[in-house]
Design a protein around this ligand. Sequence first.
Ligand code: GLA
Length: 400
Amino acid sequence: MLSRRWWFVLAAIVLVIGVAAWYVRPDEAEPAPAVQQAAGPPMGWNSWNRFACDIDEQLVRGQADAMAESGMRDAGYTYVVVDDCWMAEERDADGKLQADPATFPSGMKALGDHIHAQGLKFGIYSSAGSRTCEGRPASRDHEEVDARTFAEWGVDFLKYDYCESKNADRPTGLPARDRYQRMSDALRATGRPIVLSVVEWGDEKPWEWAYDAGGTMWRTTRDIKPNWPNITGILDQQVGLERYARQGGWNDPDMLEVGNGLNEDENQFHMTMWCLLNAPLMAGNDLTAMDSVTSGALLNRGLLDVQRDFGQGQGRRLRQDGDTEVWVKGMSDGSVAVALLNRGTEATSVTTTVSEVGLPSAGSYRVLDLWNGEQPATSGPLGGDVAGHGVMALRVWPSR
Ligand code: GLA
């Protein structure tokens, strides 16, 4: 039997251990940030496609607010990118870029603060030449000072263009790769993580070097326009580039034109194909005035799941028969995303089979139409009627 004294000692030891355990308990979990951007191609909004040079701080703040309120932020659209024309015509007395005093009177730091306060990230634009495509000062031979300025402003993303001046679109003197390497070295030296978006338009095959030069994404084409021939032309230019995409290094077929005048079928086609390509998704429309077709396309969760999942690699074209095409992308859960395209103007039947799209043999397959919901299970055939300028987007799982 323990004496009272030993009982007292034992109680004291238990008390001390209890208090110590309370003090050294693991920190309570940090509250989750407003935005959880899974690893995947960058997503956000960019001012250029809809507004070009007609921008100011009120407009950008309004777009950031709309991104938070419309559900875009929570769906993964994170970066608010101010494209060309934010800068004053000349650098300041210290040689630094400065905001255009007429359109961004509060300055870029204040704009970044507003964007960050919405749980979003701040993107900005410059060019590897000495002037932007709109003739504003750009970063050629000012890489270090500009990178430091961007870091001071809280910039998280740099869209780095390839114009030399308003009239010449190629900087002379250094190969593109060296120009982008210089900027990525300068960004890295700031110590702030800043995503570098390489916008060399595909002329010098950036898919072969942009990742090694520090780019997270690289434009594969000249500028997108909100019309059918341009969008299908850009799609054609992606064929064969799939082997260059990787986790953290993405082919960029340019920003979205969803909501900028395409019809409903064309919007669905554009959104589907950019997701199947694991393309960065930079909305290019006015987020403060979205109709339900536009927001429904941009917020299509089933397609965003395809875009976020590198899976078995970027989607690729499997077959082309005149106006119809079959594209596929293997997903990491063993399902396959399939796009059945109709480039013609009249509805037509576009079909494939589970074996053609590479699914393993199974008794039946679940078929989810990513625009229209669940389809009956199939034993093999896939597809059906597809509208002119339209797409059928399916995700197909072998049943266990
Ligand atoms: C180039 C780019 C566009 C846009 C404009 C701005 O054309 O490719 O995306 O940034 O410059 O002047």
